[in-house]
Every structure is written in C-alpha cells, then in structure tokens.
Unconditional design. Structure first.
Length: 223
C-alpha cells in the first residue's frame, strides 16, 4: 500500500520538485534578461578627408576696340597781312631789348598789421652844469684869521680844502686836501663854514649842490 510513495523525507514528490525548479529557473532567466543592462557599443570615429578642387583662372580682359585712325588732314588758314604803302616816319625809333625791365626799389613801409617797432627819439642831452663862484658881496670876508700860535711863531703856510656848496650858496662841509699844519686847516675850516658865500652852481637855471676846491695862503705882512 505504501510502495508508490516517495522515498524522500518530508513526503516531497520528485516530479513536482523538478517541475517547480524548471518554472522558477525560467522566471529568473526572464527577469535577468529584462533587468540586465544593454551594452551599447561605441560608434566608429568618422574621419573627414579634404580634397583640393582646382579653381578655373578668370579669362583675360578683353582689349577695347582701337579707334579708327582719322585720315582727315588739318588745314591751316593763312593770315593775310596787307602791305604798308606809306610808312609813317617818326623821330623816335622804337628799340627792343631782351633784358628784363628794372623796377625801382620799393620803400620799406613797415608791417601793414601795425606790429612794427617804433624807434623813440633819442633823449636830449642834459644842460651843462655851471660851477659855483664866490659871491662878490662877500669877497672881502674870504681870508681866514691868522692862527695866533702860527702868528707868534712867525710861520707862514698854505691850505687847500674841498668845500660842499649848497643850493643856498652856503658851505655845508669842508674836507682837507692839503695843509701846512693842522692850525692853518682848522682856522680855514671854521671861517669857511661861518663866512664864505657863493653863487651856487646851476643846471638849466636851477641851483644845484656842488663841490669846489679852494686854496688859502697865510702870509706874514711887514709892520
């Protein structure tokens, strides 16, 4: 009664097991076929090869048609000159020359735009200076007093001084040029500042200060 049962444990039928394995394998194979990625091969690289195509040369330019030569002759019209029967006599014969005419020189009028320079008139010379002179009204008071020390020593001497004469004719300064001794110079200086009077120097009618050299002599006179 139990001879037809399978000998496998758990009571599994071998035929059913094989059928199940085949069905499951088919299902798994179909799924793998559907799920498997499709591998796309690389496309081949296309290489472009250029080719030089010759270009036809342009045709040569067409020469214009030459103009036909004119065989017409140019005729010159003669100019008629009437003969002179009675030439007029003249006393002024006309002479000809090949030399160019000589034009007179053109005066220099300066720049017409007014930019020329104007030369000013030279300055007029200053009037001369008229030197100072001793005022005749004070000529008697010209000689200084004799120094007492030199008078007692009976010594004579000379003095040369340079005086500055103001515009009013008075002596403003005295400078020694030379003197026999200091006593004669001091006597002359005091007297000049106090008593000497001059007609002042003038230039163009106006009084001017000026320097003048004066000489004084001291001499012993007999009693």
């Amino acid at each position: 009664m139990y001879a037809n049962r399978s000998s496998l444990p758990f009571g599994i039928n071998p035929a059913g097991l094989g059928f199940a394995v085949v069905v499951n394998g088919a299902i798994i194979g179909a799924m793998m076929f559907l799920i498997a990625p499709q591998i796309i091969g690389k496309s081949p690289i296309t290489v472009l090869i250029g080719e030089q195509i010759p270009i036809d040369e342009p045709p040569p330019p067409i020469d214009p048609k030459p103009k036909p030569e004119s065989h017409e002759q140019v005729r010159e019209t003669p100019i008629y000159t009437p003969p002179v029967d009675n030439p007029v006599a003249t006393d002024n014969p006309v002479t000809t020359t090949n030399d160019p005419p000589i034009n007179p020189p053109i005066p220099d009028l300066g720049d017409p735009k007014g930019t020329g320079t104007v030369q000013p008139d030279p300055p007029k010379p200053a009037p001369p200076l008229i030197a100072a002179q001793i005022d005749p009204r004070y000529a008697g008071a010209f000689q200084p007093d004799y120094p007492a020390s030199e008078l007692r020593g009976e010594r004579e001497g000379t003095v040369s001084v340079r005086v500055l004469i103001g515009a009013d004719g008075r002596v403003k300064a005295v400078e020694q040029v030379r003197a026999t001794n200091a006593a004669f110079f001091e006597a002359t200086k005091r007297h000049a500042l106090r008593n000497w009077r001059f007609k002042p120097a003038s230039r163009g009618g106006e009084a001017q200060e000026s320097w003048k050299v004066m000489n004084v002599r001291f001499e012993m006179t007999g009693q």
